[in-house]
Design a protein around this ligand. Structure first.
Ligand code: C5P
Length: 228
């Protein structure tokens, strides 16, 4: 499988974001999340697209189907190649988003259980009786059955989800750290090569690239590592 690298643009300003894009010109994909999008709005998506890059717009939609469908259509109109929604929004919401992006290049990824939620939070706060792993599998299957093109998951779920979902769905994973980088606040990491070998379609990497003295070189080393 050809695994792609997505560079995270978690910053506050256009200057920082576009200088990261320029430094990582060797990469095709950049992730714009709630932080940068809330600061700068759709213009930053246009700016990154104008550099010839693909945008993963990671806004994790979760609302009634009609609202999510219109948001998904708006993201597709903006030229986002990938967008996210919460699988826990349910079948009708995911299906409505899928219908809304038909005819565009936009692909929908579903987030299952946030990795910040542990078993105690699932049980006592969300009222779920499943373990996180069981909930992740169930929601990933629901998402794909409802029309999502893929899912976002942690590296430690890659093996089981690739087996459960088969070869077709996109599986995108953050929590990736090359041997030469620090773990930062990521707890259970995998190297780029391990993630690629475990079936990741795309890996999402931020700080190991952005905090490297030479971000372009860091990105090139990761790309080299994930070559099949
Ligand atoms: O800097 P780092 O490589 O840790 O960045 C990872 C990116 O992936 C961040 O944008 C973070 O919000 C996102 N992410 C994550 N873990 C998840 C879901 C998303 O690290 N479970």
């Amino acid at each position: 499988m050809n695994t792609e690298l997505i560079v995270v643009l978690d910053m506050d300003t256009k200057k920082e974001a576009l200088s990261a894009v320029a430094a990582c010109d060797v990469c095709s994909w950049f992730k714009i999340g709630a932080q940068l999008f809330t600061r700068l709005g759709p213009s930053i998506v246009h700016d990154v697209r104008k550099k010839g890059k693909q945008v993963f717009l990671d806004l994790k939609y979760h609302d009634i189907p009609n609202t999510v469908a219109h948001a998904a259509k708006a993201a597709a109109d903006l030229g986002a190649g990938l967008i996210t929604l919460h699988a826990s929004g349910g079948h009708a919401m995911i299906e409505a988003a899928r219908v809304a992006v038909e005819g565009s290049e936009t692909r929908i990824l579903a987030v299952t259980i946030l990795t910040s939620l542990n078993e105690a939070a699932l049980q006592h706060e969300l009222g779920l009786s499943e373990t996180p792993a069981e909930a992740v599998r169930r929601l990933a299957q629901l998402a794909v059955d409802s029309g999502a093109h893929g899912i976002v998951c942690s590296p430690r779920e890659l093996d089981v989800l690739r087996t459960t979902l088969g070869d077709e769905p996109l599986i995108v994973t953050p929590g990736v750290r090359p041997d030469w980088a620090t773990q930062d606040d990521q707890k259970r990491v995998m190297t780029p090569r391990e993630a690629a070998q475990s079936g990741a379609s795309m890996i999402v990497v931020g700080r190991p690239i952005l905090k490297h003295p030479d971000p372009g070189h860091a990105a090139a080393m990761i790309l080299e590592e994930i070559q099949p």
